[in-house]
Write a protein that binds this ligand. Structure first.
Ligand code: ADP
Ligand code: ZN
Length: 837
């Protein structure tokens, strides 16, 4: 093989580039290499080898970065799928799977070009100075150059010299700053390592008056294995000198050993056994167990067992297809119904068969409680990966996982790419959570879809768990694509417990009675009772409380688009109500079109306001606030939570973050300040999102021994989302919601792609969006069924000084249309976006 297709780390393209392999280099698929790219040398990953070049002229691979492949064929296959499905550069998809710290820091260095004949007089003084600096040394890094002549100029002038081929540039991976951590370990030297020898040596030491040394020797002989010097000093209360002395006598040896920076070392876990399952759990478990057994018995499953991982690495491309769709279970059960217990049981089964698992959890729910629960069932066999880890911890976990030392990896969506050998199970807890979609950078993948593909490639089983499943997931389960499993009852320490009672407060009535506080009278009464009982309350406010929709405070009327039925958004600049779907717009009338009263209000309440109100009515209550403004530091949310769980406060006021899977046994009241903010958000998913939030908050109350109470305040007490959430009735909500989606042709009945353009100039931004709309209309193949929505300004239309305009493609296969056109820089593509704002 003389040629390699290389995915390069450059925004220039989705595809790969062909390079010739110089005879001196041994190149294999999955290897990281350095290649010339334009005037630069950049990093890339070899994705394919061939005898023939795919283009007429090729350049040579400059060098290898790692001797061995950094990615396995399986990872390459998964990356290719991600790149095709989400229309992302292949390199971005591959980068998801690279080890932590790999190539993160590339340092740009400049060298004098090989044979240059410079007419110095043709250069500017700046250029001459830079050239002088670069020729004066064997190589000059960009930071060095920046220090010499200033940050702004350095890159600019170096680029000018590059263009004239007076210098060359290369990228070197800087030290990632991650080194294996080592500790010094003491062990007995072999000859004395038997009872007889020890006794003789001890006697000798006693004679010499070295009692401490004798004690140490005795300890080591008894222990039988090595121990770190620090641990030894602590246990025997001895000095480094004692160990040194023994070393000098050649009785012990001290060696550096690599150790793992264990992020769980602070946990005190006691091993615990699995409880017997409840009848409802047993039924669910039986289906999963069967599917697992079946999966292992398939042709591919047997093949996998017989030939193991090494051969899997050489499997044909078509393997995934042949292996068939993996079993996917949708485990539907309210919070506290015992889903986690099923995960643990499934994991035990997989581990028993010599395989391993990955358990995805929304980052915010990745608290000590969750981890402790897994760690106590699989002591010392749990790895965690999340953004709070130090680079060193992350590196060690990765290594530890690669070596096959753990049974399960727990983490947020990116943990899906942990190099777990012999994967047998992927769990996605709270599968409806939107954080499973990577939105902020390419590739904009959804962990659920990638997990199912990964399961297909590895012969694994997927379990999706939720109390409020994603409408799309539930639809798939209804269609038989996923297997539907249901856990009926809630389990508490005292056995089954009913869900908390939910009452709806009609805010229109409050206003009519002249009560203007954001805390309604029934809510105030409930808080008072809760405090009197010495129990705790949570007051919950939608984070998007500032969403500007217009509502009549008299009758609850909200302005909606007559064409799209989403709430209209108020644009203060033009003083108009605008539909963010179709651009329909209207002026705000003086009077409400429904009740003709002058009670129209522009809405939005913040957590701070609620906090003040609680303080006004209950000056003696201890308050805690939890929102983005308070929770900025790395462990701050855990601290706030812990102090609330320890009952150091009576009332917690917070945003949607507090709705995530937490156990707060003393909370008996949950108050939802306004159910409407989410409902009136201009997105087809606003109902689904609101339902999920209301249910989660409701699920917070009464998880302990005491019964809980939930109060939902709203101006739309008749809305089906609010009604269904109050009754904990997912099915009714789902049936209404799926009808709405069908009628207006929204997912899951179609697919969407969001195209997003940003620019500091608004007119230009709008023009570019219109232009691309035309291009798409004209270039789309005629046989494809699709429609365009927009361009429309994005909801937060001016973020960080940039205007954003959006276009949506809608159709059964919208990516096919898009793969025909190439979008200029500035556009981002989001396939299957989780929302339309
Ligand atoms: P979920 O994941 O659905 O929120 P959990 O698995 O956390 O539910 O279960 C809720 C509570 O019930 C936990 O405290 C758990 O330890 C307990 N539990 C779950 N299953 C059983 C069981 N079979 N027997 C006894 N307790 C159980
Ligand atoms: Zn509209």
């Amino acid at each position: 093989m003389n040629y390699a297709e290389v995915a390069v780390n450059s925004p220039a393209g989705r595809s790969t580039f062909c390079y010739a392999i110089p005879a001196r280099l041994g190149i294999s698929v999955g290897q990281a290499v350095k290649v010339p790219f334009g005037l630069r040398t950049i990093q890339g990953i070899v994705v394919e080898l061939s005898d023939q070049p795919s283009v007429e002229t090729t350049r040579e691979i400059a060098d290898i970065v790692t001797a061995d492949p950094v990615l396995s064929p399986l990872q390459m296959q998964l990356a290719r799928w991600i790149s095709e499905r989400y229309l992302s550069p292949l390199f971005d998809a591959l980068a998801l799977m690279l080890p932590p710290g790999f190539g993160v820091r590339t340092i740009i260095t400049y060298l004098q070009a090989a044979n240059h004949h410079v007419d110095l007089s043709s250069l500017t003084p700046d250029q001459r100075e830079v050239l002088h600096i670069i020729t004066g040394k064997s190589k000059t890094s960009l930071p060095e150059l920046e220090r010499a002549i200033g940050k702004r100029k350095a890159r600019q002038i170096a680029d000018q010299l590059l263009a004239q081929q007076l210098i060359t540039e290369s990228q070197e991976s800087g030290k990632a700053g991650i080194k294996p951590k080592t500790a010094r370990y003491v062990k007995l030297v072999t000859p004395v390592n038997d009872g007889q020898g020890i006794e003789t040596e001890k006697a000798r030491l006693h004679k010499a008056g070295a009692y401490k040394q004798a004690e140490l020797l005795e300890f080591l002989a008894h222990r039988g294995r090595s121990i770190s010097t620090s641990e030894l000093q602590k246990r025997l209360n001895c000095s480094p000198g004692t160990i040194k002395a023994l070393e000098r006598r050649h009785l012990v040896s001290v060696e550096s050993m690599r150790i793992r920076r264990d992020p769980l070392s602070g946990l005190s876990v006691t091993a615990s056994a699995a409880p017997p399952l409840t009848p409802s759990q047993l039924a669910a478990w039986e289906s999963i167990r069967e599917a697992m057994a079946e999966r292992a018995a398939t042709k591919w499953g047997q093949y996998y067992r017989l030939v193991g991982r090494a051969a899997m690495a050489r499997l044909p491309e078509s393997y995934g297809e042949q292996a068939g769709r993996p079993p996917v279970f949708l485990l539907f059960g309210v919070t506290g119904s015992g889903k986690t217990e099923i995960y643990l049981r499934a994991l035990a089964q997989v581990v028993g068969a010599g395989k391993r698992g990955i358990c995805l959890i929304p980052e915010i729910a990745l608290t000590q409680q969750t981890v402790e629960r897994f760690a106590s069932r699989f002591p010392g066999r749990v790895a965690i990966l999340h953004s709070g880890l130090s680079p060193g911890e992350r590196y060690d976990e990765w290594q530890w996982i690669t070596d096959g030392n753990c049974d399960v990896v727990i983490g947020p969506r990116s943990a899906l790419f942990a190099p777990v050998p012999d994967l047998g199970l992927i769990i996605i807890d709270e599968e409806h959570e939107w954080t499973y979609k990577q939105e902020d950078k390419s590739p904009r993948y959804h962990a659920r879809d990638v997990a199912i593909r990964l399961a297909q490639l590895t012969n694994a089983v997927v379990i999706l768990g939720s109390a409020t499943p994603d409408v799309g997931s539930f639809h798939r389960a209804q269609q038989g694509e996923y297997q539907h499993l249901k856990l009926e009852e809630r389990i508490t320490p005292l056995g089954y417990s009913p869900l908390p009672e939910v009452s709806i407060v009609d805010l229109r009535e409050e206003l009519k009675a002249g009560h203007r506080s954001p805390l309604s009278r029934p809510l105030l009464t409930a808080i008072e009772e809760t405090l009197a009982q010495g129990e705790q309350a949570i007051l919950f406010l939608n984070r998007r409380g500032t969403a500007t929709f217009v509502r009549c405070r008299n009758c609850g009327f909200v302005f909606r688009c007559p064409r799209c039925s989403v709430a209209l958004t108020y644009h203060s600049a033009e003083r108009k109500l605008v539909c963010h779907r179709c651009r329909y717009s209207m002026h705000v009338p003086q009077n409400c079109p429904q009740c003709f009263q002058r009670h129209l209000r522009f809405l939005g309440i913040g957590t701070q306001r609620v906090e003040e109100e609680v303080y006004r009515f209950f000056p003696r209550a201890r308050l805690l606030r939890w929102d983005r403004d308070v929770i900025t530091r790395r462990h701050a949310h855990e601290e706030v939570l812990k102090s609330f769980r320890d009952h150091k406060a009576d009332v917690l006021v917070g945003t949607q973050m507090i709705a995530k899977g937490l156990d707060l046994p003393d909370v008996t009241l949950a108050g939802i300040i306004s159910a409407d903010t989410g409902l009136n958000f201009p997105d087809f998913r606003s109902g689904e999102r609101t339902f999920q939030l209301l249910c989660q908050v409701a699920g917070r109350a009464g998880r302990g021994v005491k019964a809980g109470k939930v109060i939902v305040q709203t101006y739309s007490p008749d809305n089906y989302t609010v009604q269904a959430a109050a009754r904990h009735d997912y099915l009714t909500f789902y049936n209404k919601e799926i009808e709405y989606r069908r009628r207006y042709n929204y997912p899951p009945f179609t697919r969407l792609v969001r195209l997003d353009y940003r620019h500091t100039n608004e007119a230009l931004c709008h023009r570019e969006a219109e232009r691309v709309r035309l291009v798409l209309e004209q270039s789309a193949p005629k046989d494809i069924d699709f429609s365009l929505i927009g361009p429309v300004p994005a909801f937060a239309s001016r973020a960080r000084g940039q205007y954003r305009w959006q276009l949506f493609l809608r159709g059964p296969d919208p990516t096919r249309t898009l793969s025909q056109v190439s979008l200029p820089q500035g556009w981002t593509i989001d396939v299957d976006p989780v929302g339309m704002v």
